[in-house]
Design a protein around this ligand. Structure first.
Ligand SMILES: Cc1cc2nc3c(=O)[nH]c(=O)nc-3n(C[C@H](O)[C@H](O)[C@H](O)COP(=O)(O)OP(=O)(O)OC[C@H]3O[C@@H](n4cnc5c(N)ncnc54)[C@H](O)[C@@H]3O)c2cc1C
Length: 395
């Protein structure tokens, strides 16, 4: 009888699992996601700055799945997992599995302790929020042009959180706006981008040289960095910091923390203190032989410290997971995960990036081209698969 494999979540981890597992003999795979598209979050900085459009940063999951013989996509939210009886439940129905892969990712954590954060700040981990923010950013620039000759008010953009995503977004918006103003010699070009950093320096946990280069680039782009400060309250027009400072704000992006998806909070599987799924060395949920947890939804620890969640790690976890499911089906010993960061590429505005890949540093235009090449290759494979699925559906 065919083995039923269910994958929850079509992000970097889930999609990589599908690519490696599909077409395995005697298997039937169901892929579930709330959205009908795979969202390439790592490229959202370009999207917000109008360099790319929706079609560039998404892959259709119906056609992608149809590109394989044995994969079916279900646009349904998984609301529960019955691990003892091997079922998952969506609002539509229950589905039985032999193997389950939980790759439901994480979402922006809008801390309840920060008054007004949820109401007035944007996150960018979901596409609809990123799209809304992009439109607001563009409209704000337009409004300043409309008002020329009457006022020239400062446009204040606050970014809460100076990790990888906060730094990339700050650099890209600053660089985009600079070119935008210069292109048409606009008179009113008052833009104030402020990056709020809760730690001693930006990019905590990232290589010191990359941090230094990123900091310099941000300062060159006239981004103001405020270290050692926390956002304590957000109102419709201002952001209040832990030192009592009140910053005027036209809009704010919050990238200061993530939390596991609500499904993870509901399921009765072992989790770490932050609420992410605990896994054994084969990436199985602790105490379960038929459930794998991968990507941002799971936590891998080295010397007591959780590895920072990235797409790079999520993809590697997808590969190990697919390999172990195949081995388990064939009764072969499983492989242990040896996941480690293969490198880091930080986009810092148009034509500039800073990178450390397999121990080698790159900065400037070369690093930027390298990042673009990696993004292009990643999307190319998926789009090719989706095209095949499209042809299969319509032929
Ligand atoms: C702005 C930004 C820049 C980044 N830059 C980089 C970078 O340069 N390099 C890097 O390596 N990483 C980067 N990251 C991090 C990277 O995007 C994440 O680590 C990666 O997306 C994790 O992949 P994932 O598959 O675990 O989760 P996700 O990609 O978040 O996918 C999870 C999927 O699960 C679905 N889902 C959730 N709950 C359910 C449910 N109950 N039922 C059905 N489906 C569900 C979601 O809809 C989603 O499609 C960046 C992140 C951001 C926000």
């Amino acid at each position: 009888m065919k083995k039923k494999i269910i994958v929850i979540g079509a992000g970097y981890a889930g999609v990589r699992t599908i690519e490696r597992l599909a077409n395995t003999k005697d298997t039937e795979i169901l892929l579930f996601d709330i959205h009908p598209y795979h969202y390439m979050q790592t490229e959202v900085y370009d999207f917000i700055a109008n360099e790319t459009d929706l079609a560039d940063i998404t892959i259709d999951l119906f056609t992608f799945s149809a590109g394989f013989e044995n994969v079916t996509f279900k646009k349904e939210e998984v609301i529960d997992i019955d691990a003892d009886h091997k079922f998952i439940a969506t609002s539509m129905q229950r589905y039985r599995y032999d193997y389950l892969v939980i790759a439901a990712g994480a979402r922006t954590r809008f801390f309840d302790s920060i008054k007004g954060l949820k109401e007035y700040a944007y996150g960018i981990k979901s596409l609809h929020r990123a799209l809304y923010f992009k439109q607001k950013f563009e409209f704000s620039l337009f409004k300043r042009i409309e008002e020329e000759g009457e006022y020239c008010d400062m446009l204040n953009i606050i970014i809460g959180g100076a990790g990888l995503s906060g730094v990339e977004i700050a650099a890209q918006m600053a660089s985009f706006s600079r070119e935008f103003y210069e292109k048409n010699s606009f008179l009113c070009r008052k833009l104030n981008i402020i990056l709020i950093d809760a730690y001693e320096h930006i990019l905590p946990g990232i290589d010191p040289l990359l941090r230094e280069k990123s900091q310099k680039r941000l300062l060159d782009l006239e981004v103001t960095i405020k270290d050692n400060l926390k956002v304590v309250e957000v109102t419709k027009e201002s952001v209040i910091l832990s030192n009592g400072e009140v910053l005027p704000m036209d809009f704010m992006i919050f990238t200061g923390g993530i939390e596991a998806s609500p499904l993870i909070a509901r399921v009765s599987l072992q989790k770490d203190a932050r609420g992410f799924l605990s896994v054994d060395r084969y990436l199985r949920a602790v105490g379960r032989e038929d459930i794998y947890a991968i990507g941002d939804a799971a936590a891998i620890y080295r010397d007591g410290v959780a590895l920072a969640p990235t797409a790079d790690l999520a993809e590697q976890m997808g590969e190990v997971c697919a390999q172990n499911i195949k081995r388990s089906i064939n009764g072969i010993a499983l492989v242990e995960e040896k996941i480690t960061s293969r490198g880091i590429l930080i986009a810092l505005g148009r034509g500039y990036a800073s990178a450390k890949v397999f121990g080698l540093y790159m900065h400037g235009y070369g690093a930027f081209l390298f990042k673009k090449a990696i993004e292009y290759l990643y999307a190319y494979q998926l789009k090719r698969r989706a095209k095949k699925g499209f042809e299969r559906i319509f032929k």
